[in-house]
Design a binder for this molecule. Structure first.
Ligand code: BDP
Length: 674
């Protein structure tokens, strides 16, 4: 029996104190597979810190292959399901004598089923039924860490990390406490994540050596993560043939370059035979890429794909490709168009083991963006939907922002705009799609900085498994699994999470126009911070109006969508109000068709409302905070204080900015500083 306790703090969804069932069942692995043994070990390990309980029975953990050795009632129930679980899926069933069985489609499924039962407990999971079946919607459910091997002078050890240093690396080496990596693996497995890319997509010189001299680090981490059914990926530098290999070129069509990647990849796989593959950011924000040689991205991706194919490896090729040296004077350029313009003409030219990894929106993880038209357009190429758990533009680890609310909207988009399949369904129906998120985890005592941000990691795992899972369920599960307390505690936490996105959206950049953040760090307001910069993220506010015309009278971006969606976004009446300034440049006195007030009034109203919503969430928290353990309680208190301050700052800067530009006062007479 493993003695080492799980090293997370309280208030994480694996919190043993909330799980009286752990000691009520004795796990019994059947079949001898390591992952099955691991599932039983995980259960025992957490049970050691769980409340004592009267024994109810056994928890039998196995796979369909061995299910015939189960007692007849359990066996019968496990086999009686209408459709057997798909790979990595499971059946959980309760026998007449009170015993439980988890029967995986395979050993990974047995692990996931056991951990799901561990998190929720039999009552919540079975909900009065005798049997539940569950299978993941997508077979690749991945996290991208943006961790650096050595601290970057500006970005630190994790690019856009707000929860402490890397859980993997320290000063060019492995962290001293690798047990924490093991615990992290368990945490991820408990929400069904099965792949992790270890390092930042911006691959600096030291990190490039992960496929060279420092391959030992990849092996060490992969050995730990594998115990939890997690496949390891690495980000590679497209120019590695030059920087590591000493060649004079990294032209994807050059034979010596091809050879270099083949030999390097063979060596990598001789050390880590089950590596998932490579993640690549090329021709993006100053990274090298095929454009440097007049080649296209299919040439680039297929080069790596050929080296990886014999080993079964994948290329996760990112589509975040745009001109980051734009001239703000040139209003014909529109950064939102870039991914579609670059990649759509290449549809069908990518090798089978290439996935195009596409951010959910056309810009950059803003609070509100339409779904990237590239995700909808590509039909002959495998795609991975990329989300960001790290709250770069959504409050860092200070402001509470429940990301699943926004992700749900992405996954629910009716892709053809005709009432047919939503994006979630469409991803499942397409060949070999995947889902990826930028991690947001660090070595902080609670892994995520703000304790409420844990719900985003949890929610990502749940949605990656079931693309149609509801946000209410996710928030509730997280609250109940993480905290011991009365129902009012769980209700308050759930309520806070579910309202948090709207509040944040209300006090930041209005109606989908985006950015207006402090350049560089991206926390807090700076309305014109990016207005005259080369990054291509403008709002074009003047004395008459604000917003970006992306209809055919402007950049024409709307025409990248399927016809019904293009028509909706083009039209002032039909465009969702929350996206109006993303698609249209409007006058301040324009009456908005949906809310019936003028644009300027809507800006004032949402900003005052946003601050009040933060105050309401904070009051909600205050009614239950006493039920939360001391460390978490005071830490969360501190975060609310920061968030309220931030919300007020945003409100006042945005309102004053637009008052000064428009000269139109708030009709409700609230204080807008002149
Ligand atoms: C932006 C981040 C930057 C990342 C980039 C990316 O500001 O740090 O490198 O995305 O996704 O959001 O590559």
């Amino acid at each position: 029996m493993p003695a080492r306790p799980f090293t997370t703090s309280s208030s994480m969804w694996l919190e043993p104190a909330t799980k009286p069932w752990l000691n009520a069942y004795t796990p019994r692995p059947i079949g001898g597979d390591e992952l099955i043994e691991r599932a039983a070990d995980d259960w025992r390990r957490l049970a050691a810190s769980a409340p004592p309980a009267r024994g109810i029975g056994e928890l039998l953990i196995t796979t369909l292959e061995y299910a015939s050795v189960l007692p007849p009632t359990l066996y019968g129930a496990a086999c009686a399901v209408a459709a057997p679980p798909a790979p990595e899926g499971y059946v959980v069933t309760r026998g007449n004598a009170g015993d439980l069985a988890v029967v995986g489609a395979d050993a990974a499924g047995a692990l996931y089923g056991t951990l799901r039962l561990l998190v929720l407990g039999p009552e919540a999971l079975l909900g009065g039924k005798k049997t539940v079946v569950s299978s993941p919607d997508l077979s690749l459910r991945m996290l991208d860490h943006w961790d650096n091997l050595v601290p970057h002078p500006v970005m630190g050890t994790i690019e856009r990390g707000y929860a402490g240093d890397s859980v993997f690396f320290e000063n060019g080496d492995l962290v001293p406490d690798t047990d924490r990596i093991d615990d992290y693996g368990l945490l991820l497995a408990s929400i069904g994540i099965n792949a992790v890319c270890l390092n930042n997509v911006n691959v600096h010189a030291t990190e490039a050596t992960l496929v060279g001299e420092r391959l030992d680090l990849v092996r060490a981490i992969a050995d730990i993560l594998r115990r939890h059914n997690i496949t390891t990926f690495v980000s590679v530098d497209f120019a590695a043939p030059m920087t590591l290999g000493g060649l004079a070129t990294c032209d994807p069509l050059d034979e010596s370059v091809e050879r270099w990647w083949r030999e390097t990849t063979d060596r990598v796989y001789s050390v880590v035979p089950d590596l998932g593959g490579y993640v690549v950011k090329a021709d993006s924000e100053g990274r090298p890429g095929p454009f440097d040689y007049g080649r296209d991205h299919a040439d680039g991706a297929n080069l790596l794909a050929a080296a990886l194919a014999p080993h079964g490896g994948l290329v996760m090729w990112r589509c975040f490709v745009y001109n980051h040296r734009q001239d703000w004077r040139d209003r014909t350029l529109d950064r939102a168009r870039a991914a579609y313009d670059h990649f759509m003409p290449l549809d069908g030219r990518f090798a089978d083991n290439v996935l195009l990894q596409i951010k959910h929106g056309p810009l950059d993880f803003q609070v509100r963006e339409p779904v990237s038209p590239l995700l909808l357009g590509l039909r002959e190429t495998r795609v991975a939907l990329e989300l960001q758990i790290a709250q770069e533009y959504t409050g860092h680890a200070w402001d509470t922002y429940f990301l699943p609310t926004a992700w749900r909207e992405v996954l629910e988009l009716d892709v053809a705009g005709d009432g047919g399949a939503d994006l979630g369904r469409d991803l499942v129906d397409r060949r070999g799609s995947a889902i990826v998120a930028v991690a947001g985890v660090g070595r902080d005592w609670n892994w995520t900085g703000n304790t409420f941000s844990q719900a985003n990691l949890y929610g990502y795992g749940r949605l990656a498994w079931d693309l149609h899972e509801g946000t209410q369920t996710i928030a509730q599960e997280w609250a109940i699994a993480s905290f011991t307390g009365d129902a009012d505690l769980h209700e308050a936490l759930t309520r806070i999470l579910l309202r948090s996105r709207e509040a944040y959206e209300n006090y930041t950049a209005p109606l989908g126009v985006g950015f207006m953040v402090t350049p560089g760090g991206h926390y807090g307001p700076n309305i014109d911070g990016y207005e005259y910069s080369p990054w291509g993220t403008y709002h074009f506010a003047d004395r008459d109006g604000v917003g970006v015309d992306r209809t055919p009278t402007g950049s024409g971006y709307t025409e990248q969508y399927p016809p019904a969606l293009a028509a909706r976004y083009r039209s002032l009446e039909d465009c969702p109000e929350r996206l109006l300034l993303f698609f249209h440049h409007l006058r301040y006195d324009q009456v908005l068709p949906q809310s019936g007030v003028t644009l300027i009034q809507r800006i004032y109203d949402t900003h005052f409302e946003g601050v009040e919503q933060v105050r309401a969430m904070r009051r909600d928290w205050e009614t239950v905070r006493e039920q939360v353990p001391e460390g978490t309680r005071t830490d969360v208190d501190r975060r609310w204080q920061a968030q309220e301050h931030n919300a007020i700052e945003w409100r006042d800067q945005v309102c004053t900015y637009f008052l000064r530009h428009s000269g139109i006062a708030d009709a409700a007479g609230r204080t807008v500083y002149p």
